[in-house]
Design a protein around this ligand. Structure first.
Ligand SMILES: [Zn+2]
Length: 103
């Protein structure tokens, strides 16, 4: 469950190049496509989804909370960022378009 930053250049990332300090482009994802869950009237809920930590990035939609990092796990098919406040899911991409989250 390593958090890996894809880099085009070889070599070890410098501390300041680690994920938390990168400028990430956030793209809203459809939770149905990335999390195994059950759709209710207005909600899409999944059991046993664990957030691994809080990100520096705020939610770009509601701007109410820091995004939570959710890595791939039993009911999560794609690592993503999650807003607890509005329950939206986001993919994170580097400025060159490379996915920032991998596992
Ligand atoms: Zn939000």
């Amino acid at each position: 469950m390593d958090l890996t930053v894809h880099r085009r250049a070889a070599g070890s990332p410098l501390p300041e190049q680690r994920l938390g300090l990168l400028q990430l482009n956030l793209v809203e994802l459809d939770p149905v496509a990335i999390v195994d869950g059950t759709r209710y009237d207005d909600n899409y809920l999944a059991d046993d989804v664990y957030a691994c930590g809080s990100m520096r990035e705020m939610c770009p939609i509601c701007e109410e909370g820091h995004l939570q990092l959710v890595l791939r796990q039993r009911s999560v098919r794609v690592a993503h960022l999650f807003c607890l406040h509005c329950t939206r899911c986001f993919g994170a991409f580097l400025p060159d378009g490379t996915p920032a989250l991998a596992d």
